[in-house]
Design a protein around this ligand. Sequence first.
Ligand code: ASP
Length: 336
Amino acid sequence: MTGIVVASANGRIGIEAAVEVLRVGGSAMDAVVAGTRLVEANPDDHTVGYSGLPNLLGEVELDASVMDGRGLRAGSVGALQGYQDAIDLARTVMDELPHVLIGGEGAARLARETGLQPKDLLTPEAEVIWRSRLGEEAADGSDDSSRRYLSSIREIVARTASDAELTVAGEPPHGTVNFLARDRHGDIAAAVSTSGWAWKYPGRMGDSPIIGAGNYADNRWGAAACTGRGEMAQRCCTAHSVVTFMRFGMSLKDALTTAMTDLAQLDDPYASEMNIVAIDKDGTPGAASTTEGKTFVMMTESMAAPEERPRMVVPLDGVSKSTLNRPRPSDSESNP
Ligand code: ASP
């Protein structure tokens, strides 16, 4: 049995290192962490780790998680400031604490205690992009309980979520890296890391640190991980859904389609692009996106280089709405 690693397209920079871990007999968990670590260190990726786009106050806040499909062990950190290695910290939570998710100041404290290197994560390039979208009043931290702040964030989020403006100075307003691996022993693992939605409300955590939403792995059925609007994956438990659909007999492709269809049912004024990568229990890879032209990368131990493959497309607006969004009877009908 040969190992395989699957990642979102921005995982290209780390996938060979991840496969190398498998080649020398490392575990799927070691592989996904090794691959993710390189994306977190990449200054050209403004959606993950160092150089990520900051929150509304200009602070880079990282979310990350790992899940081990052998025993369903998991660890995650959310709203971590001042440390680049969010994925290593998520693994520390899994391996060393009797908890799954540590957030905010507690996550920074744990990073300090475990000896991770503190780092200013905001690069000048990321700051320029951040400022390009920000009214000065919204950047004023002293305002953060005022109505003005709240209306600013609503306005900024609405603008960054609109399909017409999916890129800001050439950068998507959000993004994430997903890594899934199956090693030669049949163990499956998943890792997800992100700086989250740029201009997010301070302390906001997306799907990436939420086990079941942005990340799920189970040796018996497969694994899945998400990128895109985290609030949607949180509400649909998307990664867990994909794995559960396979558990109950769906093919990988049908599981992905069904999970995407569930996302399309959400009543969400900020609905935006969603992407899922997945593997089944045998390590067969697949991926879906709401948007045309999106890709993912995969590489097995026997391949000389990674392969970039197209994602299956399930547009959010191409799905007929179910009774979830059934209109309520109007007042005139219910109270003649
Ligand atoms: N899912 C991430 C979040 O909501 C962002 C993204 O992947 O675009 O924080």
